[in-house]
Each structure stands twice: as C-alpha cells, then as structure tokens.
Design a protein around this ligand. Structure first.
Ligand SMILES: C[S@@+](CC[C@H](N)C(=O)[O-])C[C@H]1O[C@@H](n2cnc3c(N)ncnc32)[C@H](O)[C@@H]1O
Length: 331
C-alpha cells in the first residue's frame, strides 16, 4: 500500500519501534511538549498579558490559579520569560503523577534560574530572586471538585489553562471557571486545539484524511464522568462561548505546533513528542469499526519510521486567548 522507504534501520519492513507501550509516559510527553509550546505560544497575546499584569498589579502580589497544570511547565516558562513579579501561584492537576513530577522539577529549574528555594512542605515552595517572591502551591485536584470546595473561595486575579480547555465541555465549564476570578480578573487560555492536524509527507492522502477525521471525532465524542468533554474545534468556538459568558476578549492569536527536524534532527525531546502523538492516534483509533486495523497499523508504523528518519513534519492548529472577567464580586 505505501511506498517503501529506507531509514536508519533499513527498509520499513524491518523497522522496529523505538519505544514500548510502557515508555509512553504522560509526564515525559508533557516535558517534551515544553519546547514545542515555547515556539507555539502566541507572543502578541503573551505580551498583552504581561502588559496587563504590570499595569493592573504593579507592586501587588498577584493570585494565580493554573488548572490542568500538568508537570508545571507553564510556571517554569512564566519565570523564564519574566511574566510577573510577586505572586501566589497555585498549579492544580488531576493526575497525582504530574504533581509529583512538578514537585521534583521545581527545585531543579528554580535553582537553574538562580532562585533561592524554601521547601515549605506539603507541595509548597517559596522562590525568591531579586524583586521576585513567589509562593508556589502544587495541588492534585480535579477542577470540578476544586470549584465546589473551600479552596476556591478566595477569588483569583489570573486564571491560566494551557492545552486544557479542549478537554472539557467549554459552554458549561467556562462560566464556572470565570466565576473563580475577581471582577476584572484575567484569563489566559492557550494552546486550544482548532481542528487542524497535518502530517507531512502524505502517505496515502485518502487514508491520511480519513484517519485525521476519525481522530478528531474521538475528541468530539469524548465522555468523562458521564459528561461530554471535548471539542476538536475549541479554538473557533471559543469566541462565541466568551461572548455568551459576558467576559471581554482582549486578544486572540494562533499558537500552532510546528514540529520538524533540522540538520541535527528534531530539537530537544521532540522526536519523543512526535512518537507520543502518533501512538496516541493509534490508541484512539484501535478497533475503530470504520478503519481496517491492518491499514491503521501500517500507517502508524510508517509515521513512526518517518520520525526515526527525520522526515515527519507535524502541524496542529491551535489558538490562544486573553480576556477579562467582568462579573460581580462573590459574597
Ligand atoms: C494536555 S495536558 C496539559 C498539561 C499542561 N497544561 C501542559 O500544557 O503541559 C492536560 C492536563 O489537564 C489535566 N486535567 C484533565 N482534566 C482535569 C480536571 N478535570 N481537573 C484537573 N486537571 C485535569 C490532565 O491531568 C493533564 O495534565
């Protein structure tokens, strides 16, 4: 069915997978994703956030909540890119292994950035460097349970969610998320998938298109805890959801993932990132009634082989949003 291509390990027919199923850990994926997100995040939207924070909160401690924070790469980036000064940063994720990974990463990257670190116990850290004094709290929690708990009682100045909103039902979740903010508080929702997946070079254009369509449909049909959770076009639909929620959109921009190999191969751990994506597509579509399992397996093997020989280019269309909550103060 497919052209035979040689790669480092010879013909595709003898291509051996580099990773076993157990190697595909989510924490390594999130770590590998960091450099991809670094390139993708829309700098104009980022700069506007930075400007809003410095004009609205100059000199004041900012209370920040990040939801679906994974292993804490957005917090790392915020310090690397100098987003804010003094703050209380709570990073929340439902997966304990992510929070545990974040906990072990904090001292490493904070000391690389010349921060002094006080480990306050119970997943709390105080990070200090020149004018910055940041209290970090890492929490394993489901956001839906968190929103109903006492912990969410103090309203936040800034709500961050990176690569998260496309996993939930935005129309029903957004109003509850925004209600966590103080009136005038900011939301920064980034890397929201928007229905565009490109794998190049083509293998079999018809099959490529079919696989992508079925894969996107798995996002639209995802059910979590009995509720519809996900939208493969979260980006474009977000404008309407914000309008309905009464919040103000301050800026929006593309944040496409574009991953390709340069003369030295894929940067950082991005080959693993690509293998993980291809593996995820394969797992999501395994046993799909509208797909011949042998053709899918061959397609997946071929995509992995393209990564090994550095020819795979992967693009995912995504969007970033910055906005302001205009709601009323909570009592
Ligand atoms: C695609 S990952 C993105 C992680 C991180 N923001 C990043 O970009 O590296 C989505 C994250 O959301 C978390 N998550 C999903 N549903 C959640 C929920 N209901 N409450 C809290 N976290 C959740 C997952 O555990 C996962 O770490």
């Amino acid at each position: 069915m497919f052209r035979q291509e040689t790669n480092d390990s010879g013909k595709l027919g003898v291509w051996q997978p580099m990773y076993r199923d157990s190697d595909y850990t989510f924490t390594r994926y999130l770590s590998a994703k960091k450099t991809v997100d670094d390139r993708a995040l829309n700098r104009r939207v980022w700069d506007r956030l930075k400007q809003e924070l410095s004009s609205c909160y100059s000199g004041n401690r900012i209370k920040i909540l990040e939801i679906g924070a994974g292993i804490g790469t957005m917090l790392e980036r915020s310090l690397e890119w100098d987003l804010f000064g003094c703050s209380e940063y709570t990073a929340l994720d439902a997966m304990p292994e992510n929070i545990s990974e974040a906990q072990s990463r904090v001292p490493t990257w904070a000391s690389c950035l010349s921060y002094s670190i006080d480990d306050l116990g119970r997943n709390r850290f105080r990070l200090r460097h020149s004018h910055r004094d940041i209290m970090v709290r890492l929490e394993t929690a489901d956001i839906f349970e968190f929103m109903d708990s006492d912990l969410s009682d103090t309203p936040w100045d800034l709500l961050i969610a990176n690569a998260f909103l496309d996993l939930v039902d935005v129309p029903s979740t957004l109003p509850k998320l925004l209600a966590l903010l103080k009136p005038g508080g900011l939301f920064y929702f980034t890397i929201n998938f928007d229905g565009g997946t490109i794998f190049q070079p083509d293998i079999d254009p018809q099959l490529d298109t079919h696989i992508k369509a079925l894969y996107h449909r798995t996002m639209d049909c995802r059910i979590v805890a009995g509720k519809s959770s996900g939208d493969s076009r979260t980006g474009r639909h977000f404008f309407e959801h914000v309008r309905c929620s009464g919040a103000e959109l301050l800026d929006a921009g593309s944040s496409d993932w574009i991953v390709f190999a340069g003369p030295d191969g894929y940067p950082a751990d991005e080959a693993f990132f690509l293998h993980f994506i291809v593996h995820t597509v394969g797992s999501a579509l395994a046993g799909h009634p509208d797909l011949d399992s042998k053709r899918l397996a061959e397609w997946i093997r071929y995509r992995h082989a393209q990564i090994d020989n550095g020819t795979l280019v992967y693009i995912a269309h995504q969007m970033d949003f910055l906005g302001r909550y205009k709601g009323v103060a909570r009592t």
